[in-house]
Design a protein around this ligand. Structure first.
Ligand code: SF4
Length: 396
């Protein structure tokens, strides 16, 4: 039984200065806090996130969120994606069936021009397909479904309250058929349980009939404290033979919760290659034209560092150029934030100006990267993450 705790909040939308390369969003909101899906590995249990009470029982319902959205959306100066949900809640958890806050928020969002990205483990999102289709046609809609288990019996142990494997695959199918962008968050893969060849290949087999935009694999993190203790309790009940291995992998008690270096290395060498030819990050063609170009470039540079690093390429120069680009953006951003009278496209107009004048090349100090970004900014070319090539078309 869950405990509903109704709150009124003062602000709904959290705004970032730059788009988040993982959620591809610059704004965020969530009408709920804590999560009755009760995944045993959920980092929402970690002390860092200050979720009070019993994580999967005491659900906070921010009941005035739709009214706040109405007030706050017209005041946002830049058109950029809104990410809904977070690591500490799933906005389509069962409480939404009767509360219908997401449906109300969706109806409001459909009247504005902001792309939306929802992260969920629930097939309840299909109830609101009509709204998200409207949002997609007007501004763009993307759904990321977290799914790591090929076997639903194993899924039930670790994600007792979330939708079944087949129901989540149905979400992906339905949203792709409706023309939306959709992908899988293949995370967190559990060592010895779901990071196995058998599980990953089994899941890829189930997904191969859907033209997914991305599949993003990642490993488990367990922050010391509540999150780790809870997970170990579940593990000792169902997989006692793996306890010793997990004690070794997470014994260093890193604040980040990451497993030991050797596991992270073998994850990159043995697991990531299973996704050859698949976008393991949200591809450029999906977020392009859905945010200011300066933010698109910021995400692209971040993703390029990851893509090249995975291929063993030395990214020192890329990293240095990126830092200089980011510093330039932040300087422009500070100026933009101070002057409310500037038009919403101000930073982009500055970016086009410095690209055409050659000043971008001076900032980057990297001829090859400058030519690459000129093609992205001025010619609006698309970078294919699987081929590592610029293309003229949307296909990548
Ligand atoms: S669905 Fe997400 S937020 Fe909810 S318990 Fe699971 S991991 Fe945590």
């Amino acid at each position: 039984m869950i405990e509903k705790i109704y709150h009124t909040v003062k602000k709904a939308i959290r705004r970032e200065q730059l788009a988040d390369p993982f959620t591809i969003s610059m704004y965020r909101f969530s009408p709920y806090h804590a999560c009755e899906h009760g995944c045993s590995y959920c980092d929402g249990r970690a002390e860092k996130y200050y979720v009070d009470g019993v994580f999967d029982r005491d659900i906070i319902i921010r009941e005035n969120e739709p009214e706040l959205l109405e007030l706050e959306l017209p005041k946002l100066r830049e058109r950029a994606p809104i990410g809904i949900g977070s690591g500490v809640t799933d906005v389509y958890q069962p409480v939404e069936v009767n509360e219908r806050l997401m449906r109300r928020c969706g109806n409001i969002l459909a009247d504005y021009d902001f792309p939306v990205h929802i992260l969920t483990k629930s097939s309840l999102i299909i109830r609101d397909l009509d709204i998200w289709k409207q949002v997609n046609e007007r501004s763009g809609f993307m759904v990321s479904v977290s799914l790591t288990f090929a076997d639903d019996d194993v899924r039930r142990i670790f994600e007792p309250g979330a939708s079944s494997v087949d129901e989540r695959i149905e979400v992906l199918k339905v949203f792709k058929e409706a023309g939306c962008s959709a992908g899988v968050l293949l995370m967190p893969l559990l060592p010895g349980i779901t990071d196995t060849d058998e599980n990953i290949r089994g899941l890829l087999e189930k997904l191969k009939f859907i033209d997914l935009d991305y599949i993003m694999p990642s490993y488990l993190t367990l922050r010391p404290g509540r999150q780790k203790e809870f997970f170990f309790k579940v593990l000792s009940e169902h997989y006692p033979h793996l306890l010793e291995r997990y004690h070794y992998l997470f014994g260093k008690e890193l604040i980040s919760g990451r497993p030991v270096y050797s596991y992270r290395q073998s994850f990159m060498k043995e697991i990531v290659p299973l996704f050859a030819g698949i976008n393991t990050l949200t591809p450029h063609r999906v977020y392009r034209n859905r945010m200011p170009v300066y933010n698109e470039v910021f995400i692209l540079l971040d993703h390029m560092r990851e893509l090249y690093q995975h291929r063993g390429v030395d990214i020192t120069h890329l990293r240095e150029s990126t830092e200089r680009y980011n510093a330039w953006v932040m300087e422009e951003k500070r100026f933009f934030n101070r002057r409310r009278s500037l038009p919403s496209g101000y930073i982009d107009s500055r970016l086009f100006e410095i690209t055409e004048s050659g000043e971008l090349g001076v900032i980057l100090s990297n001829e090859r990267l400058t030519r690459f970004l000129e093609a992205v900014i001025l010619e609006r070319k698309v970078f294919s993450y699987t081929e590592l090539k610029l293309r003229n078309t949307e296909k990548s």
